[in-house]
Design a protein around this ligand. Structure first.
Ligand code: MLZ
Length: 262
């Protein structure tokens, strides 16, 4: 990716060779941005710029061909030392029960398939990777094996499961994996309350951060109302979202803040 704009603490990133409609905004200390060479160093697959061959892509050769191209120095990546080691108690391939973020009424059989610092990548057994998400270990989205049974909730079995009813014992046996131990999960209760003020990224124009108010709370997410905007624009954010900030965050990080409209 390429940095195409800097706004205070936030960066607009463009996928090299792709249209700007795919651009994303991140905080400059995001744990999900890495220096060139990170994938090679850590055995991860790097998707190269559009039309280039993933087998032969090299950053140095690419930089030589492109005018005005500089490689971001390692020291600008605040989270890098964190990302290089596993700071959680999970191990790769541990099994768990996790909320499907796209169908938040479903709690499903899942596996940890990657780890970065304080984050784990949750994959749903038998499903395509489109449902995968990175989660903090403190998130209320993830639970240990047996949580649904203890809490009287229905557990969605892996896609393609055939049999009368799903049991973890059998699934762990068949996959040869362990259940993530309970101490991996350090679910922290959030302290948001309805009416609290905050600063939130506008999901419709991600370059903007607006004055906002918590309008509803759930266990793992809050509904955010943008002050003086119609409630149809209210938006849900996970409590650990990187796009919600305490008041005065914009001022402290030298980012413009959009005030209420009136
Ligand atoms: N309605 C969807 C639900 C998918 C749930 C996936 N959970 C990981 C479907 O059946 O495709």
């Amino acid at each position: 990716m390429s940095v195409v704009r800097v706004r205070g603490h936030r960066l607009r990133l463009q996928f090299l060779g792709y249209k700007d409609c795919y651009d994303i905004w991140v905080n400059s200390d995001s744990p999900f941005i890495f220096p060139c060479g990170f994938c090679e160093r850590t055995g991860r697959k790097l998707a190269p710029p559009k039309v280039l061959d993933p087998e032969t892509f090299s950053w140095n050769a690419y930089a030589e061909r492109m005018p005005n191209f500089t490689i971001a120095p390692e020291e600008v990546f605040a989270s890098m030392p964190h990302s290089l080691s596993n700071l959680t108690k999970f191990e790769l391939n541990d099994k768990l029960e996790a909320i499907d973020r796209q169908n938040s009424e479903l709690i499903c059989v899942a596996t940890i398939i990657d780890m970065l610092g304080e984050h784990v990548l949750v994959h749903f057994d038998g499903w395509e990777s489109e449902y995968d998400y990175w989660s903090r270990t403190s998130s209320a989205l993830i639970h240990p094996v047996g949580w649904c049974q203890e809490n009287g909730r229905l557990l969605s079995p892996p896609q393609g499961f055939v049999g009368e009813y799903f049991t973890w014992d059998q699934h762990l046996n068949e996959t040869g994996r362990r259940a993530a131990p309970a101490e991996c999960f350090e679910c922290i209760q959030h302290e948001f309350e309805v009416g609290m003020k905050l600063e939130a990224v506008d999901p419709r124009n991600q370059s903007l951060v607006r004055v906002a108010t918590v309008s509803e709370i759930e266990k793992h997410r809050i509904k955010v109302h943008f002050d003086d905007w119609n409630t149809i624009y209210d938006e849900w954010y996970d409590v650990d979202s990187f796009d919600i900030h305490p008041i005065n965050w914009c001022q402290k990080t030298d980012h413009p803040l959009e005030p209420p409209v009136v």
